[in-house]
Design a protein around this ligand. Structure first.
Ligand code: 5AD
Ligand code: FES
Length: 348
């Protein structure tokens, strides 16, 4: 196993079988070694800096029906909301006052938030905040739509691939969705020129070590600028509401592997990680993560963006979360910064 870790460290590629070995033979000692090397790799590129992104969850309407997600269209228990353009801009203003220089607009695939409306929104945000990076995370769309948002000023796009195994993908999604289209989207986004983030849930129902190995191979191949991984957490009104959650231990282990494999990647310690353990995000940072994404959405809608159960920070003002995050980040020897935090190869 040490040999595999050294390979990763030296920038050599691992094959699927090697990734699987690394996952299935993990021990607390290996995890500690990986974390140490991952933190070294991160500090070599970014120093001890952890970047903040202001997240605006602007609509929880979604036309898709993913079995794991609380926003799925079949979930009649969800209380739906949609922020207006004016409300979204107000969230960004508040974020800008608090020092944020990156905004992430995240939402379900809401048919009433048409490509044209999102395009206008992107344009207005970039016009008012030209010093800020804008990230979109609004699902699968035709290439032309991605292009129009990029032309309007969007800089980055988050679209988790969810699993790189087609059969596993079909276990997690209804037939209307396919891994093929997901991958088409990711390729288009990258070709257009976005900084792109993919990612997956750790411990999703049916996931095996072999599946995760395939995810890591895909990430190694695709070379994303960002990778979002967090534990699967059941949402009680979904078909997977009774399934067990993913673990902190495996999630942080994978964060370290991903950091070592892609030293320059922007790697969030996700809210889901903070939800399954009170110090989950800190442990993520101590394993090589370097991004946190506090919520800028209005308090009135926070609880309604219920992708999974017991989500943290749904009752705290953005300003409180920032102070809390600062303490948490500093508790693991890092420094919180609010600048754009571009990928190391996309500066300037
Ligand atoms: N638990 C954890 N993460 C989830 N996501 C969706 N549902 C859940 C859940 N139940 C993740 C998916 C999606 C991202 C926005 O949230 O990976 O891409
Ligand atoms: Fe939101 Fe701690 S980050 S309360």
């Amino acid at each position: 196993m040490i040999r595999l870790i050294e390979k990763l460290e030296n920038g050599q590629r691992l094959c699927e079988r090697e990734f699987q070995q690394l996952i299935e033979n993990r021990t607390p000692e290996l995890a500690a070694l990986l974390a140490e090397k991952a933190v070294g790799a991160r500090n070599g590129v970014y120093g001890h800096r952890v970047f903040l992104r202001g997240l605006v969850e602007f609509t929880n309407y979604c036309k898709n029906d993913c079995y794991y997600c609380g926003l799925r269209c079949s979930n009649w228990a969800a209380q739906r909301y949609r922020l207006t353009e004016a409300e979204i801009l107000e969230c960004c203003r508040e974020g800008h006052r608090l020092g944020f220089r990156t905004f992430v607009l995240q939402g379900g695939e809401d048919p009433l938030y048409t490509p044209q409306r999102i395009r206008d929104l992107v344009y207005k945000i970039k016009k008012e905040f030209p010093d800020c990076a804008l990230t979109l995370s609004v699902g699968e769309h035709p290439r032309e739509v991605y292009q129009s948002w990029f032309d309007a000023g969007a800089d980055r796009y988050l679209l988790r691939h969810e699993t790189a195994d087609p059969a596993h993908y079909q276990m997690l999604h209804p037939h209307a969705m396919s891994l093929e289209n997901r991958m088409r989207c990711l390729t288009d986004l990258k070709e257009i020129g976005y900084q792109v983030g993919c990612g997956f849930m750790v411990g999703s129902p049916g996931q095996t070590g072999a599946h995760i190995a395939r995810d890591l191979c895909f990430i190694q191949e695709f070379q994303p600028h960002m990778v979002g991984i967090g534990p699967f957490i059941p949402q009680k009104d979904t078909p997977f509401g009774g399934e067990p959650a993913g673990t902190l231990e495996l999630t942080v282990y994978l964060l370290s592997i991903i950091r070592l494999m892609l030293p320059e990647v922007l790697l969030p310690a996700t809210t889901a990680l903070g939800t399954i353990h009170p110090r989950g995000r800190e442990q993520g940072i101590a394993a090589g993560a370097n991004v946190c994404m506090p919520n800028l959405s209005p308090l009135s809608v926070r609880k309604k963006y219920a992708i999974y159960d017991n989500k943290i920070c749904t009752g705290d003002e953005a300003a409180e979360c920032i102070q809390c995050l600062r303490r948490r980040i500093e508790s693991v020897g890092c420094e919180m910064v609010t600048d754009r935090g571009d990928h190391a190869q996309m500066k300037g």
